[in-house]
Design a protein around this ligand. Sequence first.
Ligand code: ZN
Ligand code: FE
Length: 258
Amino acid sequence: MELQILPIPAFRDNYIWLLRRGRHAAVVDPGDAAPVLAYLRENDLTLDAILVTHHHADHMGGIKDLLRHYNCPVYAPRLDAIPDTSAPLDDRDRVPVLGLEFEVLSVPGHTRGHCAYYATNGTGHPLLFCGDTLFGCGCGRLFEGTPGEMYASLSRLQSLPKDSLVYCAHEYTQANIRFSLAVEPGNERLRQRARQVDARRASGLPTVPSTLEEELATNPFLRSGAPAIQAAASAHAEQAINDPVRVFATIREWKDGY
Ligand code: ZN
Ligand code: FE
Protein backbone atom coordinates (compact mmCIF):
# COMPACT_ATOMS: atom_id res chain seq x y z
CA MET A 1 0.00 0.00 0.00
CA GLU A 2 1.16 3.48 -0.82
CA LEU A 3 2.55 5.88 1.76
CA GLN A 4 0.77 9.20 2.11
CA ILE A 5 2.12 12.23 3.93
CA LEU A 6 -0.06 15.16 4.89
CA PRO A 7 0.13 18.20 7.12
CA ILE A 8 -2.19 18.67 10.08
CA PRO A 9 -2.13 22.41 10.82
CA ALA A 10 -1.81 23.31 14.51
CA PHE A 11 -1.58 26.54 16.48
CA ARG A 12 -0.77 29.54 14.32
CA ASP A 13 1.75 28.11 11.87
CA ASN A 14 2.82 24.60 12.94
CA TYR A 15 2.53 21.53 10.76
CA ILE A 16 2.16 18.15 12.44
CA TRP A 17 3.17 15.73 9.68
CA LEU A 18 1.03 12.61 9.47
CA LEU A 19 2.25 9.55 7.59
CA ARG A 20 -0.31 6.95 6.67
CA ARG A 21 -0.25 3.58 5.00
CA GLY A 22 -3.51 1.63 4.85
CA ARG A 23 -5.16 1.92 8.27
CA HIS A 24 -1.91 2.78 10.05
CA ALA A 25 -0.49 6.20 10.83
CA ALA A 26 2.46 7.90 12.49
CA VAL A 27 2.92 11.55 13.41
CA VAL A 28 5.94 13.83 13.61
CA ASP A 29 6.00 16.58 16.27
CA PRO A 30 2.45 16.45 17.66
CA GLY A 31 2.37 19.74 19.57
CA ASP A 32 -1.40 19.37 19.95
CA ALA A 33 -3.32 16.09 20.24
CA ALA A 34 -6.81 17.35 19.32
CA PRO A 35 -6.42 17.80 15.55
CA VAL A 36 -4.47 14.52 15.30
CA LEU A 37 -7.11 12.57 17.23
CA ALA A 38 -9.83 14.11 15.07
CA TYR A 39 -8.06 13.07 11.86
CA LEU A 40 -7.35 9.55 13.12
CA ARG A 41 -10.99 9.07 14.14
CA GLU A 42 -12.47 10.51 10.95
CA ASN A 43 -10.27 8.25 8.85
CA ASP A 44 -10.49 5.21 11.11
CA LEU A 45 -6.72 4.96 11.58
CA THR A 46 -4.60 3.59 14.40
CA LEU A 47 -1.49 5.40 15.56
CA ASP A 48 1.63 3.23 15.26
CA ALA A 49 4.34 5.71 16.27
CA ILE A 50 5.12 9.22 17.47
CA LEU A 51 8.36 10.87 16.31
CA VAL A 52 9.61 14.05 17.95
CA THR A 53 12.45 16.31 16.79
CA HIS A 54 12.99 18.45 19.90
CA HIS A 55 11.65 19.43 23.29
CA HIS A 56 9.66 22.62 22.53
CA ALA A 57 5.99 22.48 23.56
CA ASP A 58 4.66 23.18 20.05
CA HIS A 59 6.33 19.90 18.95
CA MET A 60 5.63 17.55 21.86
CA GLY A 61 2.71 19.03 23.84
CA GLY A 62 0.23 16.47 22.49
CA ILE A 63 2.15 13.28 23.34
CA LYS A 64 0.44 12.60 26.68
CA ASP A 65 -3.08 12.87 25.26
CA LEU A 66 -2.23 10.72 22.23
CA LEU A 67 -0.87 8.02 24.53
CA ARG A 68 -4.19 8.02 26.41
CA HIS A 69 -5.87 6.85 23.20
CA TYR A 70 -3.13 4.82 21.49
CA ASN A 71 -0.43 2.59 22.90
CA CYS A 72 2.51 3.32 20.63
CA PRO A 73 6.25 4.00 20.86
CA VAL A 74 7.49 7.57 21.28
CA TYR A 75 10.80 8.23 19.51
CA ALA A 76 12.66 11.36 20.62
CA PRO A 77 16.24 12.58 21.00
CA ARG A 78 17.83 11.44 24.25
CA LEU A 79 19.53 14.78 24.93
CA ASP A 80 16.27 16.74 24.89
CA ALA A 81 14.85 14.55 27.71
CA ILE A 82 11.23 14.60 26.56
CA PRO A 83 8.68 13.09 29.00
CA ASP A 84 7.04 9.82 27.85
CA THR A 85 9.85 8.97 25.44
CA SER A 86 9.93 5.20 25.08
CA ALA A 87 12.88 5.07 22.67
CA PRO A 88 15.54 7.70 23.41
CA LEU A 89 17.52 8.29 20.23
CA ASP A 90 21.16 8.96 19.48
CA ASP A 91 22.80 9.97 16.24
CA ARG A 92 22.58 7.32 13.50
CA ASP A 93 19.93 5.26 15.29
CA ARG A 94 17.31 3.63 13.08
CA VAL A 95 13.57 4.08 13.52
CA PRO A 96 11.18 1.67 11.78
CA VAL A 97 7.89 3.38 10.84
CA LEU A 98 5.16 2.07 8.50
CA GLY A 99 7.61 0.04 6.46
CA LEU A 100 10.16 2.88 6.25
CA GLU A 101 13.42 2.96 8.12
CA PHE A 102 14.34 6.45 9.27
CA GLU A 103 17.88 7.35 10.11
CA VAL A 104 18.32 9.71 13.05
CA LEU A 105 20.55 12.71 12.33
CA SER A 106 21.64 14.80 15.31
CA VAL A 107 21.38 18.45 14.29
CA PRO A 108 22.08 20.55 17.40
CA GLY A 109 21.70 24.33 17.39
CA HIS A 110 18.00 25.17 17.86
CA THR A 111 18.06 22.85 20.87
CA ARG A 112 20.90 20.73 22.20
CA GLY A 113 19.35 17.42 21.22
CA HIS A 114 17.42 18.41 18.08
CA CYS A 115 17.32 15.54 15.59
CA ALA A 116 16.05 15.06 12.05
CA TYR A 117 14.55 11.90 10.54
CA TYR A 118 15.68 10.80 7.10
CA ALA A 119 14.45 7.90 4.97
CA THR A 120 15.28 6.87 1.42
CA ASN A 121 12.83 4.06 0.78
CA GLY A 122 9.66 6.13 0.74
CA THR A 123 7.64 7.61 -2.10
CA GLY A 124 10.52 7.82 -4.56
CA HIS A 125 11.98 11.03 -3.19
CA PRO A 126 14.01 10.73 0.01
CA LEU A 127 12.14 12.18 2.99
CA LEU A 128 13.56 14.58 5.56
CA PHE A 129 11.63 15.64 8.66
CA CYS A 130 13.76 18.42 10.09
CA GLY A 131 11.58 20.11 12.75
CA ASP A 132 12.85 23.62 13.51
CA THR A 133 16.37 23.23 12.08
CA LEU A 134 15.84 23.94 8.37
CA PHE A 135 12.82 25.95 7.17
CA GLY A 136 11.61 27.03 3.76
CA CYS A 137 14.14 29.78 2.99
CA GLY A 138 15.19 29.93 6.64
CA CYS A 139 16.57 28.10 9.67
CA GLY A 140 15.69 27.81 13.34
CA ARG A 141 16.81 30.27 15.97
CA LEU A 142 19.87 29.37 18.02
CA PHE A 143 18.29 28.84 21.44
CA GLU A 144 20.73 26.26 22.79
CA GLY A 145 23.60 26.13 20.34
CA THR A 146 26.38 28.15 18.77
CA PRO A 147 26.49 29.36 15.17
CA GLY A 148 29.25 26.80 14.57
CA GLU A 149 27.01 23.94 15.74
CA MET A 150 24.05 25.09 13.64
CA TYR A 151 26.29 25.61 10.62
CA ALA A 152 27.57 22.04 10.99
CA SER A 153 24.01 20.73 11.40
CA LEU A 154 22.79 22.53 8.27
CA SER A 155 25.88 21.35 6.38
CA ARG A 156 24.95 17.81 7.30
CA LEU A 157 21.41 18.24 6.00
CA GLN A 158 22.54 19.94 2.82
CA SER A 159 24.78 17.03 1.94
CA LEU A 160 21.73 14.75 1.56
CA PRO A 161 20.46 13.94 -1.96
CA LYS A 162 19.17 17.08 -3.68
CA ASP A 163 15.78 15.61 -4.53
CA SER A 164 15.02 15.04 -0.83
CA LEU A 165 11.68 16.47 0.26
CA VAL A 166 12.10 18.89 3.17
CA TYR A 167 9.24 18.58 5.67
CA CYS A 168 9.81 21.32 8.24
CA ALA A 169 7.49 22.03 11.15
CA HIS A 170 6.38 25.61 10.47
CA GLU A 171 4.78 27.59 7.66
CA TYR A 172 7.35 30.38 7.76
CA THR A 173 8.38 30.42 4.09
CA GLN A 174 6.70 33.67 3.01
CA ALA A 175 8.18 35.78 5.83
CA ASN A 176 11.55 34.06 5.40
CA ILE A 177 11.57 34.96 1.71
CA ARG A 178 11.07 38.65 2.52
CA PHE A 179 14.27 38.52 4.57
CA SER A 180 16.09 36.38 2.00
CA LEU A 181 15.34 38.96 -0.69
CA ALA A 182 16.88 41.67 1.51
CA VAL A 183 20.05 39.54 1.70
CA GLU A 184 20.19 38.43 -1.92
CA PRO A 185 17.95 40.63 -4.10
CA GLY A 186 19.69 39.53 -7.31
CA ASN A 187 18.87 35.82 -6.91
CA GLU A 188 16.48 35.05 -9.78
CA ARG A 189 15.50 31.61 -8.39
CA LEU A 190 14.59 33.30 -5.11
CA ARG A 191 12.41 35.88 -6.86
CA GLN A 192 10.69 33.08 -8.75
CA ARG A 193 10.14 31.21 -5.49
CA ALA A 194 8.68 34.36 -3.92
CA ARG A 195 6.04 34.51 -6.66
CA GLN A 196 5.18 30.82 -6.31
CA VAL A 197 4.96 31.02 -2.53
CA ASP A 198 2.79 34.17 -2.62
CA ALA A 199 0.41 32.42 -5.01
CA ARG A 200 0.19 29.28 -2.85
CA ARG A 201 -0.41 31.27 0.34
CA ALA A 202 -3.07 33.38 -1.38
CA SER A 203 -4.89 30.11 -2.12
CA GLY A 204 -4.38 28.84 1.43
CA LEU A 205 -1.99 26.08 0.32
CA PRO A 206 1.10 24.93 2.25
CA THR A 207 4.55 25.82 0.90
CA VAL A 208 6.03 22.72 2.55
CA PRO A 209 7.55 20.36 1.52
CA SER A 210 10.19 21.97 -0.63
CA THR A 211 13.14 20.12 -2.12
CA LEU A 212 16.68 20.36 -0.86
CA GLU A 213 17.68 21.51 -4.35
CA GLU A 214 15.31 24.45 -4.04
CA GLU A 215 16.67 25.34 -0.59
CA LEU A 216 20.27 25.14 -1.81
CA ALA A 217 19.41 27.63 -4.57
CA THR A 218 17.39 30.09 -2.49
CA ASN A 219 17.93 29.69 1.28
CA PRO A 220 20.56 32.20 2.49
CA PHE A 221 21.37 30.01 5.51
CA LEU A 222 22.60 27.25 3.17
CA ARG A 223 24.51 29.69 0.98
CA SER A 224 27.21 31.09 3.31
CA GLY A 225 29.82 30.14 0.72
CA ALA A 226 28.17 32.13 -2.09
CA PRO A 227 29.91 35.42 -2.98
CA ALA A 228 26.62 37.36 -2.96
CA ILE A 229 25.82 36.19 0.58
CA GLN A 230 29.34 36.99 1.78
CA ALA A 231 29.06 40.47 0.26
CA ALA A 232 25.69 41.04 1.94
CA ALA A 233 26.99 39.84 5.33
CA SER A 234 30.07 42.04 5.00
CA ALA A 235 27.96 45.09 4.10
CA HIS A 236 25.62 44.42 7.03
CA ALA A 237 28.50 43.97 9.51
CA GLU A 238 30.51 46.84 7.95
CA GLN A 239 33.61 44.64 7.74
CA ALA A 240 34.88 41.99 5.37
CA ILE A 241 33.59 38.53 6.34
CA ASN A 242 34.33 35.42 4.32
CA ASP A 243 34.63 32.59 6.83
CA PRO A 244 31.40 30.62 6.16
CA VAL A 245 30.58 30.15 9.86
CA ARG A 246 30.94 33.88 10.48
CA VAL A 247 28.87 34.63 7.37
CA PHE A 248 26.19 32.28 8.71
CA ALA A 249 26.36 33.86 12.20
CA THR A 250 26.03 37.36 10.72
CA ILE A 251 23.00 36.45 8.61
CA ARG A 252 21.37 34.66 11.56
CA GLU A 253 21.85 37.72 13.82
CA TRP A 254 20.59 40.01 11.06
CA LYS A 255 17.43 37.88 10.76
CA ASP A 256 16.92 37.90 14.56
CA GLY A 257 16.58 41.68 14.44
CA TYR A 258 14.78 41.92 11.10
ZN1 ZN B 1 11.34 24.80 18.33
FE1 FE C 1 8.55 25.13 16.70
